[in-house]
Design a protein around this ligand. Structure first.
Ligand code: G6P
Length: 275
């Protein structure tokens, strides 16, 4: 446990990798495989402390995505990422660590929506976010808003998207089809109808990062590019080249309908291989 009152965190170290999990947002802010550099990007200008939305790592988005299904819900991306979570348990099983965090009593609607995050750390990083509906039915949107660190986003190749339908968030969520391989050449904010494994090939780092989702219906791809980054206070102007967000999600028409008390788990497993 890192006893920093402003940014309490759990540091996990196992033979294959190490990770840092903040209690604020239950946010994994670092995951470093033994033989490589951090797989997650963190902004040097990230805010910290209770109530902050931390820029980088894996923010947990929910119970709605963006401005929600009605386009008017706030705060943006829901309240999971700005709440201080509680550490429930830490266990070591062989060469694997399993950390569980809980969020109960934080739902501002008073309906009692609650959440649990299980982080598994070994030669992979696995996150399982379970959201449980409260006293009312819940149309759940959620995302594991993963900031992947890349040498240069302009050289990265995103695999697993060719032929997929998507909504273009930079064009009023107009429906489109991905025709050919996905490489980013400008600001990108897309909700892909992809729930199979995807990967980011980073030629500069000589590695491929794989994301294997479970319980998702969508994959969001986001990078603000130069102009967008200039308008985001907690991203240095020249830092946008160093990350791409590839977000395991259930959002838009892929939201999950939950009856009162029912739960849904959204998961992702990250692995890295030389490329
Ligand atoms: O700046 P934030 O609130 O963290 O949102 C960052 C980004 O998150 C997602 O990727 C959304 O699709 C984008 O529209 C949004 O700009």
């Amino acid at each position: 446990m890192i006893e920093d009152p402003a940014a309490p965190a759990i540091e996990v170290s196992v033979p294959a990798s190490r990770a840092v999990i903040r209690l604020d947002g239950a946010q994994v802010t670092s995951w470093v495989p033994r033989s490589g550099s951090d797989v997650l990007w963190m902004s040097p200008l990230a805010l910290e402390g209770e109530g902050a939305a931390i820029r980088g790592g894996v923010p947990l988005i929910g119970p709605w995505f963006g401005a929600g299904r009605d386009g008017r819900t706030s705060p943006k991306h829901g309240w999971l990422r700005t709440a201080r979570w509680e550490l429930d348990s830490c266990a070591v099983e062989g060469e694997r660590a399993i950390v569980t965090l809980r969020l109960d009593g934080a739902d501002p609607s008073g309906e009692g929506v609650r959440a649990r995050l299980v982080v598994t750390v070994d030669e992979r990083l696995r996150l399982d976010l379970t959201v449980t509906a409260g006293s009312a039915p819940l149309e759940l949107e959620a995302a594991l808003h993963t900031y992947l660190a890349v040498s240069d986003v302009r050289a990265a190749e995103l695999e697993g998207f060719d032929g997929a339908r998507y909504l273009d968030g930079l064009d009023g969520f107009a429906p489109r089809i991905q025709d050919g391989p996905l490489s980013l050449t400008a600001a990108t904010d897309r909700v892909y109808e992809v729930s199979d494994p995807v990967a980011v090939l980073d030629p500069g780092a000589g590695r491929r990062i794989r994301e294997t989702p479970t319980g998702s219906t969508r994959t969001v791809v986001w990078n603000p590019w130069d102009e967008g980054a200039a308008s985001i206070a907690d991203v240095p102007d020249d830092a946008w080249t160093g990350f791409v967000c590839v977000e395991t999600a259930s959002c838009k028409d892929g939201a999950v309908q939950l009856e009162p008390g029912a739960e849904h788990t959204l998961g992702v497993e990250l692995t890295v291989e030389p490329a």
